[in-house]
Design a protein around this ligand. Sequence first.
Ligand code: AHM
Ligand code: MG
Length: 337
Amino acid sequence: MAQQITVTEHLLLHQKQVPMATGRFTRLFNELILSAKIIQREVSKAGLVDVLGFTGDVNVQGEEVKKLDEFANRVLIHRLSRCGALCAMASEENADIIEIPDGLPTGDYFVIFDPLDGSSNIDANVSIGTIFSIYRRKSPSDTRLLASDYLQRGSDQVAAGYILYGSSCMMVFTTGDGVNGFTLDPSVGEFLLSHPNLRIPEQGNIYSVNEGYYHYWDKPTLDVLAHFKAVGMSRKKPCSLRYIGSLVSDFHRNLVYGGIFMYPSDNRDPSKPGGKLRLMCEAAPMAFIVEQAGGLATDGVRRILDIVPEHLHQRVPLFVGSRFDVEKVREIYTAAQ
Ligand code: AHM
Ligand code: MG
């Protein structure tokens, strides 16, 4: 049996070693952990929607019951507002910055999250996830929050992680000192350290991409695909294609087995030249995690963690995973420039 260290114990031990970690950071994390448990409880009942009467229905208190992604968003906003560690927060579901309501204690951290990524998969009982990314504001606490306090490059993240609502519920995160995975033991209601010091294999045998968009891609992207399908590159056989269509699940599988997840830009919608995924609440946290696990993340040319966001919901092409595989992608795009 692995050591039974809870995620909270792990944070407290970690806090002793890392001077930047304060009690406030732990409080922020504790609210994330509690939110994850609450969201997991509802996600596990998703198949009972028609039986118990969920979305669109009016509950006994006369309130309309929210869809799961709206529910997850509300839980996170409610809990995190009260942790006393935040100057503000942002969500994939909200256009603007979410301020901490007057009267509640504040702090220096900023968190941005995707409350329930891959939620279009819920009805098919496919694994989905919550992604979070934490920064520390740069301007003094007693001054007005500036855009530069939250539009920070990914390499400035203090912590990032995800919760995977899968066959088990897992929380995987980094505070810049490696990556650890915790599995929720439902019998005790605690996340226990199950995957200490996760390392992604240097090269994988899996590529994950929505290949249905093939005809929307440019030549370098087609060359990238050809590379992963080719026989005898640096591998003996072509890579396997695995694509769930749920970033947290696809990313997590590749983290454990090795491989590359790709969401390139395409010409489907000229208003979204950067592909579909969002820099701040999807690409940057995954990039921080993968680099801490020994992998890489690029938009094709640039390191994801070096990109300074221009706005909260900026989109970016994403290639993230095993080091050699991502390096190959970068080589192909760079040569095409
Ligand atoms: P969402 O944030 O609206 O859920 O969209 C993000 C999801 C990711 O989980 C997944 O990688 C991607 O969208 C799948 O998109 P597509 O259906 O275009 O392949
Ligand atoms: Mg999302």
